[in-house]
Design a protein. Structure first.
Lengths: 341, 437
């Protein structure tokens, strides 16, 4: 009888990459479903369009990975064995970052770009330097203009079934925070997502939060990191308001709307915390997420539009720098004594 | 509860043998005693081929300062010296002893109220080595160059499955504590700690029931042995993490425990010291845990050094057919065996047979930089970078991220979702480091 020969340790934790990625997919589901349903409340047609876009993104992301590997002459069975659901996560995130009126080719090309260029060309899982989904979204956003869709697709003003508040047609609640549109939606609306126009996945913060809690419970995510990102964004926004001359209570009132609007929750919980493109040390992570928060708040104020994806892209590119400078000292490390001359 | 930074609670599976009393292994016909059971030079044979030896008789003398005596585990005839594979897979000289069924035991002279020098001499004479796994000669270990003030007994037994130390503390409490006192005298220290993980309440209670043994919270009078209850977390029983948990002292990188005034010894070693001093019995027996789902009746057995593994397993109704992995030692730092054709040594604390469910047989996938290894590393290294650099052949890079400070506990590889062979990368780096310099 032959026995397995292996180096220590002889037992392993039962997590693996595949399981983690499946967990992320599960965590993304509530936000996707609630997003589609809430859009359906505005206009039943939106729900169908959103669902189709989600399917297109996921299918094209997975198909791209398979085609790329087949072109690199990897045997089909090996591709199946190696399949770790990372492309499903990327596809889902791209779908969630699209609007219900995005064109199908925007979804397909964003996925193809994300997987083929950003992930596979850099060496596949774990080797990409920026988050594929973010890069895919930005690629589609700056390439297709109207084809990418947007809140201008909401032809009229929809009011929330909860509070009957509404956003000015064609604008987002975030633009209202930034003082460029009218909005009478309450924070509760923003949190649940009722009457909120936006990307499919970013509408319902409560559903995103639910996914986040699931990931924390499964040990996939440390709750600190999204929390730092979100909190720093809110605080920085308040500070910017204060510097801009707003009264203290007014500035404080911006805190909740600023964190509850736009794609901050989606970005903070699922995209900035992507393992591959985040720093590896604890101190590095504190710096990274705080930095993301500051960049997001400052850029939002400067541009007057949603910038979470750009902030994360920028942050991703700074990560190697953070990792190079934040080096851990081994346990028991002592400062080398200065040589006596 | 005291502990260290990092680490991970590993399901300990100690329930398999936790309440199984130590059994004595009967004498078997053949013994193969390894001459290189310790770190340092192998012992040199001092008996003739064909000579009849008694149980406890010196058969191989320590060769040099860092070496240890070896005694015959049984009455019998020296048949030959053969080259065999050790559990680690190295070739070494083994003395083949055929037992003759006699029960004649040769012991050293028992000592009463021994002095420091007497105890040290006895430890060397009895061939006692660190029984936790490293096998460093104890007589050398307790005479460090730096001044020491603290003796720490490693009773953490953080390796899952193993219960040999636990059972010694429960069944041979008095003897063990007496051994600790003897060690303390030999080291000449003021403070004595016993670091035990919280998952051994029975052993903890048994020790505290004795006079002169107190809990760290209780009123401590000078001369007391202090039992420190530690969090059940791997690798709590590693030397540096144990010292930190008990005394808050940090052993400097690349340094020995003596640099911070500590000496660490294992439970089984302390018991062996008692046996050698009070009974005059040299070290040729030890308690081993035989466990894992692949062992039909998991047990703790007091075995003689040199016993073939196959005969020990007969006492446990052998291993099951669905066994996929054989492990000598604990599951975290132990070695796999190609077959059952090995014999026990002074340092083998356990043998495990794993079925497919327990053993890890998944193949490595690319690192996803999740940082779990960074969070758990007790030495605060960056395992994923070490693995990355070692894999691409840049060993300077691997050393920069701390490969040389790694003591190969394997916690990083345990938690790795990509199943990276991080420990192997570290070993490769350590081997290559000599070439670089």
């Amino acid at each position: 009888m032959r026995y397995v020969n292996s180096g220590s340790p002889q037992i392993r934790d039962n997590t693996n990459t595949k399981r983690i990625m499946i967990d992320v997919c599960i965590a993304l589901l509530p936000a996707t479903i609630v997003g589609c349903v809430l859009l359906g409340l505005l206009n039943p047609q939106y729900a169908i369009q959103s669902a189709i876009l989600m399917v297109i993104s996921v299918v094209s992301a997975v198909a791209t990975e398979f085609v790329y590997k087949l072109c690199s002459k990897v045997p089909f069975k090996q591709i199946l064995d190696e399949f770790d659901y990372t492309s499903v996560v990327t596809g889902m995130l791209i779908g969630m970052n699209l609007y219900q009126n995005s064109k199908w080719y925007a979804a397909v090309l964003a996925s193809v770009f994300a997987i083929a260029v950003v992930k596979m060309l850099f060496g596949g899982t774990g080797k990409n330097i920026v988050n594929p989904a973010i890069a895919g979204r930005i690629f589609a956003y700056i390439s297709f203009g109207a084809g990418f869709g947007g809140t201008m697709g909401f032809e009229r003003t929809y009011s929330s079934p909860l509070t009957y508040g509404s956003v000015q047609a064609g604008a987002t609640p975030l633009q209202a925070v930034l003082g460029e549109a009218k909005c009478t939606l309450s924070n509760l609306d923003l949190f649940i997502g009722t009457g909120v126009p936006g990307c499919i996945g970013e509408i319902s913060k409560v559903a995103l939060l639910l996914g986040g809690v699931y990931l924390v419970c499964r040990g996939v995510l440390n709750f600190r990191w999204p929390l730092i990102y979100i909190a720093v964004t809110g605080v920085t926004t308040v500070v910017i308001e204060l510097i801009g001359g707003a009264g203290f209570t007014d500035a404080l009132g911006v805190f909740l709307p600023s964190i509850l609007s736009g794609g901050l929750f989606l970005g903070a919980i699922f995209m900035a915390t992507d393992y591959v493109t985040a720093p590896i040390t604890k101190l590095g992570k504190y710096i990274y997420y705080a930095l993301l928060g500051v960049i997001t708040a400052v850029l939002r104020d400067a541009v007057g539009a949603e910038v979470v994806s750009f902030a994360i892209l920028l942050g991703n590119l700074i990560v190697p720098l953070i990792d190079a400078y934040v080096v851990r000292r081994p346990f028991g490390w002592r400062k080398p004594a200065k040589e006596v001359k | 509860m005291k502990t260290f930074r990092g680490g991970r609670h590993v399901p300990d599976n100690k329930h398999l043998t936790e309440n199984v009393a130590i059994e004595l292994m009967p004498i078997v016909p053949d013994y193969y005693v390894c001459l290189a059971q310790h770190i340092g030079k192998p012992a040199s044979l001092c008996v003739e081929i064909g000579e009849t030896v008694c149980e406890g008789q010196l058969i191989a003398k320590a060769d040099g300062f860092v070496s240890a005596n070896i005694h015959s585990p049984v009455c019998g005839t020296i048949v030959e010296v053969v080259k065999r594979k050790t559990a680690q897979g190295r070739m070494a000289d083994f003395v083949h002893i055929k037992s003759n069924g006699e029960q004649k035991v040769v012991t050293l002279e028992p000592l009463t109220n021994p002095t420091k020098e007497q105890i040290i001499a006895r430890i060397a004479e009895a061939g006692i080595v660190g029984m936790g796994g490293a096998g460093f000669p104890t007589a050398v270990k307790i005479q460090p160059k730096d001044p020491v003030d603290t003796l720490i007994i490693n009773a953490a037994e953080c390796e899952p499955y193993l219960n040999c130390d636990n059972r010694i503390m429960i069944e041979r409490t008095k003897e063990f504590i007496e051994g600790v006192r003897l060690l303390a005298t030999a080291c000449g220290v003021q403070h004595v700690y016993i670091g035990i993980e919280e998952n051994k309440p029975e052993a903890y209670a048994a020790m505290l029931a004795l006079d002169g043994v107190v809990d760290e919270r209780g009123p401590i009078t000078p001369g007391d042995i202090v039992v420190v209850n530690l969090k059940a977390k791997y690798p709590q029983g590693a030397e540096k993490t144990l010292i930190y948990a008990c005394t808050k002292r940090k052993v400097p990188t690349g340094g020995l425990p003596a640099a911070v005034g500590c000496i660490v010894n294992n439970v089984a070693t302390a018991y062996a010291v008692w046996d050698a001093v009070v009974n005059g019995r040299p070290l040729y027996r030890r308690v081993m845990t035989l466990s894992g789902q692949g062992v039909r009746r998991p047990k703790n057995i007091d075995v003689r050094v040199g016993t073939p593994l196959a005969s020990i397993l007969e006492m446990c109704d052998n291993i099951t057919e669905d066994t996929v992995k054989l492990v000598m030692g604990g599951p975290m730092m132990g070695f796999t065996l190609p077959d059952l054709d090995v014999t026990t040594t002074k340092t083998d604390s356990g043998f495990l047979a794993f079925t497919d469910k327990e053993a890890s047989t998944l193949l490595p996938t690319p690192c996803i930089r999740c940082g779990r290894c960074v969070d758990v590393c007790p030495m605060a290294l960056t395992p994923l970078m070490i693995d990355f650099y070692a894999t691409v052949g840049d060993f300077k890079g691997a050393i920069k991220y701390g490969a040389m400070n790694c003591f190969e506990c394997g916690t990083c590889a345990y938690v790795c979702p990509a199943k990276r062979p991080i420990v192997q990368s570290v070993r490769l780096t350590k081997m290559k480091a000599k070439e670089i310099k």
